[in-house]
Design a protein. Structure first.
Ligand code: MTE
Length: 342
């Protein structure tokens, strides 16, 4: 008898987005836009559903279809899409509707509201050069389209869980980070990859806020970077990625809180020093280097036990490593002394 063991990341059928959600998408986008928001002056990420939260901008009347169209107008890679889906990472259930995933965003370079998608259109995404340097055989720079031409392009449907306790399921297009690591030829002394996002205050109004340590920086260990799940994203929903979701290059680390999934990447620095991330520098009591999803480890200001599915607005239990534990738990053996879950 063939017994099919469900993989940890598979969503139950009941989590599929119901038909009604599609019919009422404007209402849902508005509800979502009024949800978690960030505190202006202190600039910290906030929990889903905190009472004082208000959306600082009106909810968009049009959704991701328009924003994606804008993205493909300026994106010469549009003809490459859609990429073939890698079924190894297909979760059961439907992706979050595109209109929601592309209009409910965190991208502090363009402000601390969830409605930054219009502002993000100001970011020029061609030419876009990516630097690969630090502890590598030979540092180099490569244009995004030349990079795309070298990489094993594919689509992966991943769960996406924000530290603010909301979640989505997104069909990302891109290529495994491990392919870029191979291209980089790191030296044996490289222990971490530092991910650096763009810095352009002329177009990114949020980067004028002096209390943030721009540019946005994140980091992973070389083992995490070489794990097959770590995915560099160039598109979503079978098209080039909209700017508000991190075009032309972001990362998706689905077993970690969403703040590790940096957008607008311009540099991969291989280093022997553990990078201090953007949020960790702002508030080390609340955000650390590892940031693996764990329902049993609360954020200092809210519980992580449950999450709100941003499409259905239903609360569902959060799963250890966001459901990818079978794949990634081994990365963390011997690190018990570390704060792995913040
Ligand atoms: N990357 C940059 N450069 N700037 C940011 O503010 N926000 C992070 C992450 N990547 C952020 C970023 C956070 S907190 C989350 S939850 C995700 O992006 C949100 O990704 P999404 O808008 O595509 O859902």
């Amino acid at each position: 008898m063939l017994i099919r063991i469900k993989r940890g990341w598979e969503l139950p059928e009941s989590a599929a987005t119901p038909e009604e959600v599609f019919r009422n998408r404007r209402r849902i986008i508005k509800a979502a836009a009024a949800g978690p928001i960030v505190l202006g002056a202190s600039g910290l990420l906030a929990a889903c559903g905190e009472d004082e939260q208000v959306a600082s901008e009106a909810a968009p009347e049009t959704g991701g279809a328009i924003s994606s169209a804008q993205a493909s107008e300026v994106d010469p890679s549009a003809g490459l899409y859609p990429f073939k889906r890698n079924l190894r990472y297909k979760i059961v259930g439907e992706p979050t509707p595109e209109e929601i995933a592309t209009t409910y965003n965190n991208y502090y370079e363009f402000g601390s509201s969830k409605n930054i998608w219009r502002k993000a259109q100001a970011l020029p995404i061609r030419p876009w050069t990516v630097a690969i340097d630090g502890l590598v055989e030979k540092p180099f720079e490569i244009g995004i389209d030349d990079l795309l031409a070298k990489m094993p392009l594919q689509e992966r449907l991943y769960r996406h869980r924000c530290v603010e306790a909301w979640s989505m399921a997104v069909p990302w297009s891109g290529f495994p980070l491990k392919a870029l690591v191979e291209l980089a030829k790191p030296l044996a002394s490289a222990k971490y990859v530092k991910l650096v996002s763009f810095h352009n205050p002329e177009v990114a109004s949020g980067q004028s806020a002096p209390w943030y340590p721009w540019p946005y920086v994140e980091g992973v260990t070389i083992e995490e970077a070489s794990h097959d799940l770590a995915f560099l994203v160039t598109g979503m929903y079978g098209k080039p990625g909209p700017k508000q979701n991190g075009a032309p290059l972001r990362i998706a680390l689905p077993w970690k809180y969403g703040f590790k999934s940096s957008k607008g990447l311009v540099r991969f620095e291989f280093t022997d020093q553990r990078p201090v991330s953007f949020w960790e520098e702002i508030q080390p009591r609340e955000y650390g280097f590892w940031a693996n999803v764990n329902p049993e480890v609360s954020h200092p200001r809210w519980s992580q036990a449950m999450e709100t599915d941003i499409a259905t607005q239903q609360k569902v239990p959060t799963v250890l490593y966001n459901g990818y534990g079978e794949e990634v738990a081994d990365l963390y053996t011997g690190l018990e002394g570390e704060k792995l879950f913040m």
